[in-house]
Design a protein around this ligand. Structure first.
Ligand code: ZN
Length: 295
């Protein structure tokens, strides 16, 4: 990169013009390399065919979006054995062919995405002067090269939603490195079993209480010890405690109702006994029909 304190550029490129608005800075950059190599045969050429302009996004400057207008050239390839006759000069360390953003812009988006997520990364990027979408942030993360494969001894397995409520897959996590080992297209036992079968060092599988993954372990890794993962263990514990408390609450309410009924019962019975006392020998003020007839 050229020693430009404000905008580092590849060697042979220089700033030609700067136009700034309130939210965006447009910088025209000229390529002044005398030669360029053909991307097909690597033969250097100095025969300029024409000039071209590319617009690419670059890292923000002071919170404002930066757009580079790259003035590049097209060259003739003079190698008679090469199939490519005309090519556009490449800037391999700065911007990839046909890319709409510089490499350092992509790297910053990747860092934002890794530190946040698709939606959160979009909001943070907007605050920093980078206009993007959550799909782009996620694509940057998914473009990262896979880590070299290593044997998995402790596996965590669970389902996840590609589309919530409609399509589910299986996520396999290496519990030692705390990294996602693989994503399976569904949550069927056969798919998970086939994946586990390729992990000969598997010793422990942490899973939910469902039957599919239990069956997968039985088929694909019978040597592994199964255990309930912490999430489902706490979830089941919470549900069990909730059920227990609900039963105790119902029994307590029932006892209170019974106690209230028992407390009201003597009063009711005493009133009833008072009303029915003449029947048991108390003098009655109202004469019976038979009694009045005898008088
Ligand atoms: Zn060539």
């Amino acid at each position: 990169m050229e020693n430009n304190p404000l905008l580092p550029l590849p060697e042979g490129m220089s700033i030609d013009q700067i136009q700034a608005s309130e939210s965006e800075v447009s910088i025209t950059v000229m390529s002044r390399h005398p030669t360029s190599c053909c991307p097909l045969c690597s033969e250097p050429s100095c025969s300029i065919h024409s000039h071209d302009r590319r617009r690419v996004r670059d890292v923000p400057c002071g919170g404002r979006r930066v757009q580079l207008v790259l003035c590049v050239r097209k060259f003739f390839c003079r190698n008679p054995l090469c199939e490519r006759k005309i090519f556009t000069e490449r800037l391999p360390d700065f911007v990839l062919p046909w890319a709409k953003m510089t490499i350092r812009y992509c790297q910053e988006l990747t860092s934002i995405g890794l530190a946040t997520c698709g939606k959160g990364g979009t909001k943070l990027a907007a605050r920093l002067g980078m206009q993007t979408s959550r799909q782009t942030v996620l694509r940057r993360i998914m473009d990262l090269p896979d880590l070299p494969g290593s044997s998995i001894v402790y596996l965590g397995i669970d389902d996840f939603a590609f589309r919530r409520g409609y399509r589910f897959g299986t996520i396999c996590v290496d519990l030692e490195s705390r990294r996602v080992a693989d994503l399976l297209p569904d949550r069927k036992a056969a798919t998970s079993a086939a994946w586990m079968y390729q992990q000969p060092d598997l010793m422990v599988v942490s899973r939910d209480r469902g039957g599919e993954y239990a069956s997968a372990v039985t088929q694909g890794a019978p040597q592994a010890l199964e255990c309930a993962d912490r999430f489902h263990l706490l979830k089941n514990l919470g549900e069990a405690v909730e059920g227990l408390l609900a039963r105790h609450l119902a029994a307590s309410c029932k006892r209170q109702i019974q106690a209230t009924a028992d407390a009201q019962a003597p009063v009711w019975q005493s009133k009833r006994a008072t009303r029915s006392s003449p029947k048991f020998g108390a003098p009655s003020t109202k004469p019976t029909r038979g009694a009045s007839g005898s008088l």
